[in-house]
Design a protein around this ligand. Structure first.
Ligand SMILES: *Cc1c(COP(=O)(O)O)cnc(C)c1O
Length: 536
């Protein structure tokens, strides 16, 4: 992008309103530009929860701020949406939740009551899911692994997504030395290239280069006594459908090569990365990014703390850099994204990828993290203080820090929802939102801003109100949370609605026994039956 050499417009350059008969309160401040809102997309269950201030405030009073609230029933619904896409394309295969997206026990236990599998990426995650009711045939171990992780996977009969030939050697050695049962393995591939000159796939620190498949199959042959090749896997962290189509087609071809070499793998595991649409209104996102660009160029008042540009910078009037943000408005996401990928023509073979999978009788495995916990929760924080700085900024100090809701770290820009303290309005007036506020955290650190972005709220919060960071169950609410300064890590509660009222349990006290909606259960049983034949 490149700017025209405009003279920077002075901020607030519009003429003042002249409505002489309107009884405006005395108003000495300059004209406020239109607020730049980035309202979160809320599905009915989460929306209803965030409207229940009478329920949420006592919870935070009792359990402290920050507080993470989870909606396990939503997870079951999201799973059903993914399964519906499989059904539409007549495909079979497991749907694994990528555990790293959230540490909650309630979510794992809710999944245990469905047909879902789990993708675990550490020893502790494996221990967690086995202990909460996920049986080993439903688990796949991915990511970098130490010897203990490999041992427990092999010992219990968990499938292993192999990161490299070295990992294969180590696993086979472990199996032989300890007389363990043969392990199902799905080597992870990477380095996919499109035909022609353009390399579409980004480099990855994980997996074996697809060009080195021959050597990998040689190693698998050597280790036949210790491991069984049941499939191939990849995971690409990209939003680009073309890039994923290149990888999936390459995997289908690699599977065919495995069969030529006398192996009988059946499953292609295409990993996660189906994405989430975070914002309610695409126009708000467009407008925000346009105004951010203007503000980086000095063509409007700043929109961020100390002129932070989210990757953009102003070099002598020219815009440089690239916007380092998640595409928060992403209409094609989650199950719909999987559907689009399956309908996508294979880059060289031409026909839809789902057709190729079907014709070869390959199963499809997926590992959605973020997308399966879409709309599954919110992080709540109490407002402690609202103050004006001498520079004219408004600071809203929260009983939470930037690590408790790592939206900023993950590049997702989304407004919190104001949950006012119930009861009569306090003595203070409730002014409309000013030019925007800065949300600051509870750490004794200059850098502890919940977001570097100025946030425009419908009205100014007051101490005692809650701000709810909606749709934060995927990565934001607990991926980075720690005990810096011995501040508390948020507690988690699982909530569900029954007979017109909200009910809650501490995360670790949740079991999907009596907190499960009857219809959610029916879905789980039906889909488990569908899977029965395949797993038998
Ligand atoms: C992180 C990860 C996932 C999940 O990715 P999402 O973007 O959350 O869907 C799946 N598989 C592997 C191997 C991963 O590392």
């Amino acid at each position: 992008m490149r700017s025209s050499p405009l003279h920077p417009e002075p901020p607030h350059s519009e003429p003042p309103h002249s409505e002489p008969h309107h009884p405006e309160p005395p108003h000495t401040e300059p004209h406020h530009p239109e607020p730049l809102r980035l309202e979160p997309r809320l599905e009915p269950r989460l929306r209803t929860l965030l409207e229940a201030g009478d329920f949420l405030h006592p919870l935070v009073d009792a359990l402290g701020s920050p507080l993470n609230v989870l909606l396990p029933e939503q997870l079951a619904d999201n799973l059903a949406r993914f399964r519906a896409v499989y059904r539409e394309h007549h495909l079979a295969g497991p749907i694994h939740f990528a555990h790293k997206a959230n540490r909650s026990r309630a979510l794992v236990r809710r999944l245990a009551a469905t047909e879902a599998g789990l993708d675990v990426a550490s020893l502790a995650e494996l221990q967690h899911v086995l202990g909460d009711g996920i049986t080993p045939e439903r688990v796949i171990a991915t990511g970098p692994k130490n010897r203990a992780f490999l041992w427990l996977a092999a010992r219990t009969g968990v499938a292993v997504s192999l990161d490299s030939t070295a990992e294969l050697d180590e696993l086979a050695d472990l199996v032989r030395k300890n007389a363990l049962p043969r392990v199902r393995v799905l080597p992870r591939l990477s380095g996919f290239r499109a035909q022609g000159v353009t390399v579409l796939s980004r480099p990855s620190r994980f997996g074996t280069d697809v060009g080195a498949l021959d050597g990998l199959l040689d190693a698998l042959e050597r280790h036949r006594d210790a491991v069984e090749l049941t499939g191939l896997a990849y995971h690409l962290d990209t939003v680009d459908l073309n890039e994923k189509a290149v990888a999936l087609e390459a995997c289908i071809q690699a599977m065919n090569e495995c069969h030529r070499r006398g192996f009988h793998p059946r499953t292609i595991d295409i990993g996660g990365g189906f994405g989430v649409d975070y914002l309610a209104d695409g126009a708000q996102w467009q407008r925000y990014t346009t105004e951010l660009t203007k503000s980086v160029l000095g063509h409007r008042d700043p929109l961020t703390w100390q002129g932070h540009g989210y990757g953009l910078r102003n070099e002598a009037g020219t815009l440089r850099g690239t916007l380092g943000l998640y595409p928060a408005h992403r209409p094609l996401a989650a199950a719909a994204y999987l559907d689009a990928l399956l309908r996508h023509p294979a880059p060289t073979l031409g026909r839809p990828l789902a057709t190729l999978l079907l014709e070869n009788l390959y199963d499809l495995a997926v590992e959605p993290g973020r997308a399966l916990v879409d709309q599954c929760g919110a992080a709540l924080a109490r407002v402690l203080e609202v103050r004006r700085t001498p520079d004219g900024d408004t600071l809203v100090r929260l009983e939470m820090n930037a690590r408790d809701v790592s939206l900023e770290e993950h590049g997702v820009l989304m407004d919190p929802v104001l949950v006012p303290r119930p009861g009569p309005p306090s003595a203070r007036e409730a002014p409309a939102a000013p030019d925007g506020v800065h949300l600051i955290g509870n750490l004794c650190l200059e850098a502890d801003l919940i977001t570097r972005r100025k946030v425009f709220l419908p009205r100014l919060p007051a101490p005692g109100d809650l701000l709810a960071f909606a749709n934060t169950a995927g990565y934001f609410m607990d991926f980075s949370a720690d005990r810096a300064l011995q501040q508390p890590v948020a507690r988690k509660v699982a909530v569900h609605r029954q007979d017109g009222a909200w009910h809650w349990r501490l995360d670790e006290q949740y079991w999907p026994i009596d907190a499960t909606a009857p219809d959610g259960n029916a879905t789980a049983i039906a889909t488990a039956e569908e899977q029965g034949e395949r797993q038998a």
